[in-house]
Design a protein around this ligand. Sequence first.
Ligand code: FE2
Length: 169
Amino acid sequence: MDILDVIKKEHREVAAMLDEAEKCEPGDKRLIELARQIEQALTTHVKIEERLFYARLRDRAEQDEQRVDVYEAYTEHDVANHLIELLKSGRKPDEKFKAELQVLGESVKHHVKEEESTVFSIAREFIDQDERDELGEKWMKARQRMESQPTKNGSSPAPRKRAVVKSSR
Ligand SMILES: [Fe+2]
């Protein structure tokens, strides 16, 4: 499967969860479960994507502008990771929690839109179809490996290197 199709499929799955979260009222316990699922899906996605996809594009892109686009995508991942950190560790699903989840949703949707247009067109230029298929296979294997890794809390995939982020507002 073409890596671009794998990425698109995962984008749709996360978008569906973000849409559902947006419809929940503050206080709804479902928000906690959705935030956990979104966190797991995004953490895995971002890790594999940077390793298998962005690194290649960054190294191969020929124009400065294309490299800026790839770095922009990396930076948007950093923003998403920051918001994900805010949602972790047993918070109440209150108004503030919902607001943060909503901002995560908005920024992820913006990122997906740019990635599927700008970044994908860079990928089509510098990664041929055979390699894209190969990378799609690698992606699915990497995800299986990460999902089956036992972790301390038993369920979530191995956490990404944690930034020290505290919500102070
Ligand atoms: Fe991405």
